[in-house]
Design a protein around this ligand. Structure first.
Ligand code: SF4
Length: 455
């Protein structure tokens, strides 16, 4: 990859401020960090007060229905700010921008810049152009360029970093808009990734999360081919990085070799997020997921027999078109049978450019939400049961910050991705500590600090 060099013309001497609001997944959050890095090179620093911003960016997500409505409602509020501060620029990026393109400025003419998921690296030029011309700048690439520039980044913290290792997805699940807005799979080379990760280690980072829409497919498009497990083992050699995570996998691409690499690499966290989506074979077939529930069961066996301490989480959709009550109950049964540590659940929502959008047999909203309510109850019960087993155990956490609910309380994560709250001083943020677990609910644990800063 070539490094993007801002021209002198692009580098500004006066400092401007940018406010970024991000919808969606970790990939989007990582993109926002790149936006901040790119804009910093032309003199923008981040502000957390949108009313002060010279540039406001909405980084959008198109996964759920209502995403566009949410985007236009945010933009409407920003238009009011812009009226009070003429000259403020409004930019929209991410999946909705990739999909809507020109339509966005037709519907919201006060938007200055629209950029897609494949040309994020062009953001400084687009902002400069909008600043100078005060005309709409709409640029959306249909695919990632061959020689993708290395992107600067400003990270949200200085101990844990997201690292994109593969872009796009080659699957075509019948409900999913991701292949349309993110394109086909493209892996970054191990050399490039290791350079970035070594730099993170030198800068004091302790944890990296290897990201991809389908991270388990990493490396199949490289020459020579490698797999995610090879990459994990290579990252395991970077001495300063104490924890390696990876998100999000596809069950079909999770091989025994990858699981073995996780087991062999002391710093690889024993945590697997492997979306099953449904516990019913007919529904899985109609979703075009490419596996059966038995195949998924065998994958779970493979993980648990090789790494018994592993935690396992999943994604589940209820109310897929044509899903019967019995088929929905198969999902509930699978959650109980496989005892997931936790699950992200969602009611099916039809997305543009997806086959299932126009299928008949759409499940009525009230039934979808009743199914979601029941599934959430079961998911919580199972999670609670599993979390209660940790009572009395002392666990190592990487402290992430202050708890959102109680200011004196800190929050950290175990290797198995359990959230744990405890009383402690803020100087422990970014450090490893040991905490004895004293209470458990379905979503988190609470405990007492036993050893501060185990580094
Ligand atoms: S594997 Fe995931 S990202 Fe790819 S099409 Fe299916 S749901 Fe979408």
């Amino acid at each position: 990859m070539q490094t993007l060099q801002p021209t002198d013309e692009m580098k500004k001497t006066d400092t401007k401020s940018v406010f970024v609001h991000t919808f969606g997944c970790q990939m989007n959050k990582a993109d926002s960090e790149n936006m901040l890095g790119l804009l910093n090179e032309i003199g923008y620093t981040e502000t957390f007060d949108q009313k002060d911003a010279d540039l406001m960016i909405l980084n959008t997500c198109a996964i759920r229905e209502g995403a566009e409505d949410k985007v236009y409602s945010w933009l409407g509020a920003w238009n009011k700010i812009k009226k009070k501060r003429p000259g403020t620029l409004i930019a929209v990026g991410g999946c909705v921008a990739q999909d809507e393109g020109q339509k966005l400025v037709e519907r919201a003419p006060y938007v200055d810049i629209v950029f897609g998921t494949h040309n994020l690296f062009r953001l400084p030029e687009l902002v400069m152009q909008a600043q100078e011309t005060r005309k709409h700048v709409v640029e959306v690439f249909t695919e990632l360029p061959e020689d993708l520039p290395e992107l600067p980044v400003i990270r949200q913290n200085d101990f844990s970093a997201w690292v994109n290792v593969i872009y796009g997805c080659d699957y075509n699940c019948t409900y999913c808009i991701v292949p349309y807005v993110r394109g086909r799979e493209r892996s970054r080379t191990p050399a490039e990734l290791l350079k970035d990760i070594r730099e993170l280690g030198d800068a004091g980072y302790k944890e990296v999360t290897l990201l991809g829409q389908n991270v388990t497919a990493y490396g199949h498009d490289l020459d020579p081919k490698i797999h995610l497990g090879n990459l994990i083992e290579m990252v395991g050699e970077v001495e300063q990085i104490k924890r390696i995570r990876f998100l999000t996998g596809h069950p079909r691409d999770l091989t025994a070799d990858i699981i073995e690499s996780v087991k062999r690499t002391p710093t690889a966290c024993e945590y697997f997020h492997i979306p099953v989506q449904s516990g019913d074979d007919r529904t899985l077939r109609r979703m075009a997921r490419g596996y059966t529930t038995d195949f998924y069961r065998r994958q779970v066996d493979e993980i648990r027999s090789r790494i018994p301490s592993a935690s396992l989480t999943s994604d589940l959709i209820v109310g897929f078109p044509g899903e019967t009550e019995e088929e929905f109950l198969n999902t509930v049964r699978l959650v109980e049978e496989l005892a997931f540590d936790s699950c992200n659940t969602a009611a099916y929502s039809p997305r543009p450019h997806t086959p299932s959008k126009s299928w008949g047999e759409q499940v009525p909203e009230d039934i979808k939400f009743e199914r979601l309510r029941l599934l959430n109850t079961v998911v919580s019960e199972v999670s609670h049961r599993i979390n209660k087993r940790l009572l009395g155990q002392t666990l190592e956490l990487l402290v992430e910050g202050v708890s959102q609910r109680v200011e004196t309380r800190l929050t950290g994560r175990t290797r198995t991705n359990k959230l744990v709250n405890f009383e402690g001083s803020k100087d422990l943020i970014g450090k490893f500590v040991n905490v004895k677990v004293e209470a458990a609910n379905p979503w988190a644990l609470r405990g007492t600090l036993t050893t501060g800063d185990t580094n």
